[in-house]
Ligand binder design. Structure first.
Ligand code: C5P
Length: 297
């Protein structure tokens, strides 16, 4: 029985501040050491329960899947199964899609994490965040993080998360006009002999020291090797030339971000880079993966 007939939430995107591959599981999934960071760019999910039955996703972004392949749909099925909840009506999810797809910003995973949180509110199921993240773990490697949000060291294939302190900075994120599929990125990475590795301990010390530069020196993403993209290299260079302490590809790409001391400096860089990229967004680190906008009984 629903507590609310309408729940509206923000699904925050993420970036990876460092990403290392430390092994491969028998099922082909890669074991990671990665630090993920929620950022305040977001999609909006508007859930409405009406008379009738069924499930529907609506979105006006072209190419956005509206069927069972969408992680929002999978989240609904997994939530229903796990909590034995009968939605008791027709559930329609209207998505305002702002996060770019195939960018490494957790577009699909963020929607999935926010959907689980929104259903937990709508049906008053009172699952704690770890239970929600556990449901999410079966849906995608980044979903547990996106369900929880903030700044976290994620290990295993991404499902083991440890909360970290958040950096104080601003990011400028740009998306070059290349799209990289995650499985392709990992497959390409597997073919690289002796890849350079991340220095996780130094990175974590830098982050904990709250000296931004100490963290930035150790930012590194091993999947950049797999991307092998001039466009990505160029975006990294442009961000640094525009004043970023450091720049890096997020996840399996293709979005690239620069780290700045504050929003004013990121804004100056954005003015320079805007003519080069359709997606060019200033954002801040944020301590949550989703946010409740409103509810209606
Ligand atoms: O879990 P998710 O559906 O996001 O992953 C998409 C694909 O990316 C997987 O099927 C797998 O090929 C690859 N992947 C991986 N190791 C990870 C995460 C993803 O190999 N830790």
């Amino acid at each position: 029985m629903a507590v609310y007939s309408n729940v509206k939430v923000k699904a925050y995107g993420k970036i990876n501040l460092m990403l290392d591959v430390v092994g491969v599981r028998d099922d082909g999934y890669h074991m990671l050491n990665t630090v993920m960071q929620s950022v305040d760019v977001f999609d909006v999910l508007d859930l409405t329960l009406t008379d009738g039955e069924g499930f529907e996703i609506k979105c006006d972004r072209e190419g956005f899947p509206l069927d069972k392949s969408n992680l929002i749909w999978k989240a609904a099925d997994a939530f229903r199964e796990h909590t034995k909840t009968d939605f008791g009506g027709k559930l329609t999810v209207t998505v305002e899609k702002n996060l770019p797809s195939m960018a490494g910003m957790g577009g699909g995973s963020s929607d999935c994490g926010a959907m689980l949180n929104a259903l937990n509110i709508m049906f008053g199921t009172l699952l704690d965040e770890d239970e929600l993240a556990k449901i999410g773990a079966d849906l995608g490697a980044d979903v547990p993080f996106c369900t929880l949000g903030g700044t976290r060291l994620c290990q295993g294939i991404g499902e083991i998360t440890h909360k970290l302190s958040s950096p104080h900075c601003a990011f400028l994120i740009v998306k070059p006009d290349v799209s990289i599929s995650t499985p392709d990125a990992f497959r390409k990475y597997d073919r690289i002999v002796n890849p350079q590795r991340c220095q996780l301990d130094y990175f974590l010390k830098g982050l904990a020291s709250e000296k931004l530069l100490s963290m930035c020196i150790y930012m590194f993403n091993v999947l950049e090797y797999a991307a092998e993209s001039e466009e990505i290299e160029l975006a990294k260079k442009r961000l640094k030339d525009a004043g970023a302490y450091n720049s890096m590809m997020t996840g399996s790409g293709s979005a690239v971000f620069g780290v700045f001391e504050n929003e004013e400096l990121a804004k100056i860089a954005a003015e320079k880079l805007k003519p080069c990229y359709n997606y060019c967004e200033i954002c801040k680190p944020i301590k949550k993966g989703f946010e409740l906008i409103s509810v209606q009984r």
